[in-house]
Design a protein around this ligand. Structure first.
Ligand SMILES: [Zn+2]
Length: 400
């Protein structure tokens, strides 16, 4: 739960009477660095949440709850990281989170740490505060990046999902349910449209929407995100089979997307996927040839995108990362491998693809490739096939 209404009240109290020392101290830190921060390294945006939990009241409580709190916060951190590892924020980069909690035995709040009161005994509904004027508990804000916020957690009422949800607020996320009953439970509230069953609604799934919002909040906080290039690929490909005395041609068509960021001195890092359109059509030679499909067909090829940005464009290089449906051997449809690899056995990344800039934030290229690939990983030399693979592609890239 993210309490906004109560915060407006606290803000009012501070404005009305500066003798209320805790809020004044709190506000004095505003703008001097918050408990939440983010940094970009390579292709990953790392969000760090520092928070103090106050306080254990005696040695016994510390012995019991010290390790427990650590376990709970680590589990919440893992929940976020395991989900975020499978998502590309803004279609381009990874997000990782670091939750750094200090369990205090005295209210010696640290600078740069959110100030969360914790009750180990009594049940209650945890919340954190946001003083940003005019926002609702549903709004995302960068408040936590510029301020050390306050709140109250009730350990005995919090499972791992609750910890993950509450720390979600400390990353700036708003609630994804409507009708906030300030002192009630989540019961009776309704999910925002399309948000039912998600982490900021009912402690459920951490989805693409949340990854993108975390990126947006970091941007709002002034963090410079990795610049993202996105593009499309359309390809037609052919494979000329020569194995076993056969001599026939298979053709197919693919469409796909790719995205990448440019790291450091121009190194490209990203990923993409190609999807088979229709079926591979094979033509045997001669009048009796006819056409037939070539089972089993690969439907989707996932690949990584590497290479570099030069002064004139991109030199991209693709490398197959997974094949759906998974095939025990190599790809068995037409010639798209000529775009994705320079050898199927051993597997090697594809050829360099030159995609020149036609505008500062736009590049287009049409690589035409004709290569012989050693196909299949033979147990004996007789299993080697050498077929001709060719592809014609159009790659269009849009930059930031
Ligand atoms: Zn909430």
């Amino acid at each position: 739960m993210k309490r906004r209404i109560a915060l407006l009240l606290v803000g009012g109290m501070v404005a009305a009477g500066a003798i209320l020392s805790p809020p004044v101290e709190h506000l004095a830190q505003a703008g001097s660095g918050g408990g939440t921060s983010a940094s970009v390294s390579g292709t990953t945006l790392t969000i760090t949440v520092n928070f103090d939990l106050c306080c254990t009241t005696n040695a016994a409580e510390r012995t019991i709850y010290g390790p427990l709190i650590q376990d709970e916060v680590r589990a919440a951190e893992n929940l976020w990281n395991q989900a975020l590892a499978k998502l590309l924020a803004k279609g381009c980069f990874r997000i990782a989170v670091v939750f750094s909690e200090h369990l205090l035995d005295k209210p010696n709040w640290e600078g740069g740490y959110h100030e969360i009161s914790i009750d180990f005994i009594h049940p209650g509904r945890p919340y954190s505060n946001d003083l940003t004027p005019g926002i609702t508990h549903n709004d995302d804000t960068a408040w936590v990046y510029n301020n050390t916020t306050t709140g109250s957690f009730y350990e005995s009422s919090m499972d791992i999902g609750t910890w993950a949800h509450e720390i979600g607020h400390l990353m700036g996320l708003g609630d994804d349910y409507g009708i906030d009953h300030a002192l009630g439970g989540h019961g009776g509230s309704l999910p925002l449209p399309g948000r039912g069953g998600t982490m900021m609604e009912n402690h459920g799934v951490i989805d693409q929407n949340l990854a993108d919002r975390l990126a947006d909040i970091a941007t709002k906080a002034g963090v410079k995100l990795p610049s993202c290039w996105k593009g499309t690929i359309t390809s037609t490909s052919d494979r000329h089979y020569f194995d076993g005395g056969a001599n026939y041609m298979c053709s197919d068509a693919w469409t796909g997307t790719l995205s990448f960021i440019v790291v450091g001195q121009g190194t490209v890092a990203g990923s993409g996927a190609l999807n088979l359109q229709g079926t591979a059509v094979c033509q045997a030679p001669g009048a009796a040839g006819g056409t037939h499909g070539l089972p089993p067909e690969v439907q989707t090829l996932n690949f990584s995108v590497g290479g570099e940005r030069t002064t004139t464009g991109f030199d991209l290089q693709f490398n197959i990362t997974s094949i759906f449906p998974p095939q025990p051997g190599s790809i068995d449809v037409a010639g798209i491998e000529s775009l994705l690899s320079t050898s199927a056995c051993p597997h090697l990344p594809g050829p360099k693809l030159s995609i020149p800039f036609d505008h500062p934030n736009h590049a287009t290229g049409s690589p035409v490739l004709n290569i012989k690939l050693v196909q299949g990983c033979p147990k004996s030399p007789t299993e080697l096939q050498i077929d001709l693979f060719s592809s014609t592609s159009t790659i269009v890239l849009n930059g930031p």
